[in-house]
Design a protein around this ligand. Structure first.
Ligand SMILES: [Zn+2]
Length: 362
């Protein structure tokens, strides 16, 4: 895409996709259950669990103000317009096309919004928030419909759901692939003086990802895959040598394992995500791993398979991904990751994703 095109697109439309979540639910009634635009500028949403949302922004013109909208799966029953106040002209709920729901926030004029800083965050399997503006107090009155802060029912009400899924030993079954054919480099993030993220109770990213990486190595080795770890213990290792290890050895794939931390260490932010840099192979590998790690992490949000420009996946010459196994600052994820049994599950899941990928391309 040329620069010119991009700039033009930006000026004429200024529509950008802010976030997409990953799981598509069955087509049915609207996935939007409740919403509130709070006086502090935060838009909160409650949806069906694991809904796929898309958010957009459009710069205003002569006849209309800036617009922000989110599309939800499922069809809205009663399209309606809710009168705004302050800088919000109105909020519209509609069905732009059959089977969809759209929530539009229409601003009254150009309000110096900073949409590039906006980020729709999945707070829970069924809750979302995005900060749209900051204002002096009392200049905007909260509007909304329904109760936005109901937590994901199945998870809160029925602990059994999770336990029964956790007792499911399916994750132990790994597929066979051709032996002595593949070479994989696993990169445990950080290490030594660089602990990476530090989470609840002082849990350290460098330690948990090393443990998971070693387990993945063992599982893959048992399947006849040659595996090299970029580090075997708590040592400081620059990003460049990590890449060099993979490029020098002509590895088939490179998998960097990390754990997340949220800004401000918010305990209600949990979730898993897998990044790739480019190419269908990297994307496929990321998808296989993401699918499997989600299966062993019930209740934790799917933050999706996404493109990322991280040094280690950008500079490696083979399909490369960076896996975030959960938030060490998140209540749900941290409590799990600190347990050896969960790290074992995650290791099986990552190994399974890798084996599924190798059997497909091999
Ligand atoms: Zn990290």
């Amino acid at each position: 895409m040329s620069k010119f095109f991009f700039r033009n697109l930006f000026r004429c439309l200024s529509i950008f996709l802010l976030f997409i979540s990953n799981i598509s639910p069955a087509r049915s009634s609207s996935a939007l259950a409740a919403w509130a635009l709070n006086s502090n500028g935060v838009l909160e949403l409650r949806t069906k669990s694991n809904s796929k949302l898309k958010a957009y922004f459009q710069k205003g013109g002569d006849k209309y103000g800036d617009r922000f909208w989110i599309d939800f799966p499922g069809e809205l029953k009663n399209p309606r317009t809710i009168k705004g106040n302050g800088l919000i002209k109105e909020i519209r709920l509609g069905k732009p096309i059959k089977g969809k729901t759209r929530l539009v926030v229409e601003f009254s004029e150009n309000n110096k919004l900073k949409p590039l800083n906006w980020r729709l965050v999945g707070v829970d399997q069924n809750r979302w928030k995005i900060k749209l503006f900051s204002l002096s107090r009392n200049s905007f009155k909260t509007i909304g419909e329904g109760i936005v802060n109901k937590t994901y029912k199945k998870y809160k009400r029925n602990k059994k759901t999770i336990n029964s899924q956790e007792r499911n030993y399916d994750f132990l079954k790994l597929p066979d692939i051709k032996r002595d054919k593949f070479y994989v480099v696993i990169d445990p993030g950080h290490g030594g003086l660089d602990p990476g993220a530090i989470g609840i109770g002082g849990i350290r990213e460098s330690e948990v990802v090393l443990d998971v990486s070693k387990r993945v190595k063992k599982l893959l080795s048992e399947k006849g895959v040659q595996v090299k770890l970029t580090r075997n213990n708590e040592v400081n290792l620059d990003l460049r040598p990590r890449v060099a290890i993979a490029n020098r050895s002509n590895a088939d794939i490179f998998v960097s394992i990390h754990a997340n931390a949220s800004r401000g260490k918010k305990r209600d932010i949990n979730g898993l995500e897998t990044f790739y840099y480019s190419g269908w192979r990297g994307r496929l590998l990321a998808k296989k791993i993401q699918k499997n790690i989600l299966k062993v992490s019930p209740g934790s949000p799917d933050r999706g398979v996404r493109q990322g420009r991280y040094f280690v996946i950008k500079n490696t010459r083979m399909p490369a991904v960076l896996v975030e196994i959960g938030f060490l600052t998140g209540r749900l994820d941290a409590r799990r990751i600190e347990k050896s049994i969960h790290r074992k599950r995650l290791s099986y899941a990552i190994a399974k994703g890798i084996l599924e990928y190798l059997s497909k391309i091999g």
